[in-house]
Structures are given as C-alpha cells and as structure tokens.
Design a protein around this ligand. Structure first.
Ligand SMILES: Cc1ncc(COP(=O)(O)O)c(C=O)c1O
Length: 362
C-alpha cells in the first residue's frame, strides 16, 4: 500500500472501506433517508452549526460553483480575498457567472490581512459578498478567518468560505464566525473518497439565495433543501461515498472534534520540525502555517520532480508538487484525516534518504 500524503484524496480507514462495499439501495427509500439524515446531523456537529447543511454529489469545485450560483446575481460586486490557486479558482467561477470580481491578492505563502480587507470595504460600499479560502491548500496557509469574519460582518457583507481543506481538521466554528455559506469536500478531513461536497447555509445565506439570479439547476439549494426534508437528494446521489461518509463521521464523532483538532496540530508540528531537521524550510509564513498541508520550499539544488518520483517508486511515499507558478518550487505534504505522527515519521525518514539522491546539498 502507498503512503498517500497528498492534500486529498486522503487514505481511508478499514471501517470506511468496508462501508463502501455495501450493496446499492433505493435512493428514494427509507433506508437512504435514515443514512442521509444521520450524515446531515453529524456534519452539523462537526461544522459547529445549527444552520442547514446540504450534501451535494460533485467534487469540491462543484461545491464552489454551488456557493456562487446560489447566492449571487450577474453584476453583483464581490471582493475576492486570494492567497493562492484555490482563491483564484473561487474568483474565476464568480466571474464566469457574471459577478463583478474585485481581487484582493496576497503574496503566495503569506496570509490575508484583515485590515487590508477593511480598507477595501470602507471605500467600496457596493460590495455585496466576500470570498475567502480558509485554508489555501496550494501554499499551506491558514487564513485568520475569525478576524476576517469580524471585518466582513462590521460591514454587514455576505461571507462565502472555501473550507475544503480546513473544516473537520482545523477549527472552524461556522456559527460563531458568522460564515454564511461554507463548503468542503469528502476527500479531505472527512476520510471519504472524492465525489461529495458539503455546504452549510446560514439564515443570511438563505436570504441571499432567495434573491440570487445566477443560472442554476443541478446545484440549486432550494431543491436540495426541499428533498432533504423527505430524506432525499434531488438527483441520484453518490451512494457509496455517502455510505463511506456515514462511517467516517461516526469515527470522527467517537474521537471527538477537540481531539481531532489537537491531533492535526500535533501532526503538523511534527511535520514542520521534521522538515527543518532535514535542512529544508517551510514555504508558508509560519505564524499561519496550516495544520493540514505543509508546503516545503525547494532549495540547495533539490529537483522536486525527481524527488517525488524516487519517493513514489522506491519508498511508496506519495507527496504532491507545487501548482501553477509554484511548480518545481515547492512540494507539499498532506496531513489531514486518518493520520498520526508515525505516518509523518515515515515520510521524513524516506525524505532523509531521497533528498541527496535528488540533488539536495543541504
Ligand atoms: C482549498 C480548495 N478548494 C477547492 C478545491 C477543489 O476541490 P476538487 O478538486 O474536489 O474539485 C480543493 C481541492 O484540492 C481545495 O483544496
């Protein structure tokens, strides 16, 4: 078995794999209703919300599209707070559907600055919504969402949050931080396969939805909510993934959210220390380094592509490269979901052997 340490998909525990081999059932029948209601209730606990949570079949990007088309109208002005590849993707979707996107970009590897957001909101009262990526998976930065939320709510704007690689492993109390729409996907902290997006919608989120005019059909929140009231989804759901999610959520609740968050903090600390012990450095500003993904700067002659290949072929350790302009400049270690310090020790030990083989002269 490979030691899969990319920032999603993440490895699945045996209990979750077992749940997936369940025979198909009628997605309009009572058994599925019970499963969906259970999944929804458990997700609400882990999202720390009393608001609605919708389970949508699609990848995380589908979830981002759902957030945009359900809350905005063509011509709406939105502030895009971007700290990397996924912040840019959120903005591109909004633009594609006709929103007028005002970008506020921060240097990759640095966190978003709440004061800079305040300055824009002060001068541009016409902005309706703010798009934020809580944990920027491409750079390994966790933005200070609590502070950003305080600023956004000072100006009474809608807060739309990409929480794909944070919620469930990095604290994100959705209600306390007044997140209006928050989206994540099954292949991250949730220890389930890719293919399901989960979205919470606040009261304000529903109000925005009632006025939103962007075209939508598959992703329509009203349809999803109406069907959920009958224990169903509007369209045929990814049954096997929802079976997996039902099992993984039970595991997560048995461990308890505070323990899960503490485990991720410990594992990420061990990752950063291990990386530094090898003579490498962390790409992200350390005050905001993520507890789910560590981006490592390539230095001292290291050929990251060769390193990734040798790790995979000779050590069965699979890490991720950098995306877009960070291609070849960083590599990333995913540490979310089903992970302990031992898994990271294996990665660091393999790196210790492979780094000199891949040109590193640290
Ligand atoms: C922060 C963030 N946003 C969006 C996505 C897109 O999700 P998907 O690849 O499932 O469409 C990802 C996945 O890596 C992500 O990490």
């Amino acid at each position: 078995m490979e030691n899969l340490r990319i920032p999603g998909p993440t490895p699945l525990p045996g209990e979750v794999l077992q749940a997936m081999i369940k025979q198909m059932i009628n997605h309009r029948g009572p058994e599925f209703g019970q499963i969906l209601n259970g999944v929804t209730a458990n997700l609400k606990q882990l999202f720390q919300t009393k608001s609605d949570v919708l389970v949508l079949t699609g990848s995380g990007t589908g979830g981002l599209e759902a957030v945009i088309v359900n809350t905005l109208s063509p011509g709406d002005k939105v502030l895009s707070v971007s700290t990397g590849v996924f912040g840019e993707r959120f903005a591109s979707i909004a633009k594609e559907f006709g929103a007028e996107v005002m970008p506020l970009r921060f240097e990759w590897g640095k966190p978003a600055d709440a004061d800079a957001i305040r300055q824009v909101l002060q001068t541009k009262p016409e902005i309706k919504a703010v798009l934020v990526t809580h944990n920027e998976t491409s750079t390994g930065i966790t933005n200070d969402l609590a502070s950003i939320s305080r600023v956004v709510k000072e100006f009474d704007k809608l807060l739309l949050v990409d929480a794909m690689s944070s919620i469930g492993s990095i604290n994100l109390p959705v209600d306390d931080w007044h997140c209006d729409v928050t989206v994540t996907c099954s292949q991250k902290a949730w220890m389930a396969p890719p293919g399901v997006a989960m979205v919470s919608v606040s009261q304000e989120g529903w109000q925005a939805h009632s006025k939103a005019k962007m075209p939508r059909f598959y992703w329509d929140f009203t349809r999803a909510k109406n069907y959920l009231e009958r224990g169903q989804t509007p369209w045929t759901p990814a049954l096997s993934i929802i079976f997996a999610l039902a099992a993984s959520l039970e595991m997560m609740l048995r461990e308890g959210l505070p323990n899960i968050l503490a485990r991720h903090a410990r594992v990420s600390q061990a990752t950063r220390e291990g990386i530094k012990s090898l003579g490498l450095s962390i790409f992200a500003q350390e005050s905001h380094a993520s507890n789910t993904v560590t981006a490592v700067r390539s230095s001292n002659g290291l050929d990251t592509k060769q390193m990734l290949r040798i790790l995979r072929e000779e050590h069965k350790v699979v890490l991720a490269g950098g995306q877009q302009s960070l291609d070849g400049k960083i590599f990333r270690i995913g540490h979310m979901g089903w992970i302990t310090e031992n898994d990271i020790e294996t990665v660091i030990s393999a790196l210790r052997v492979v780094l000199p083989q891949a040109g590193f002269k640290g």
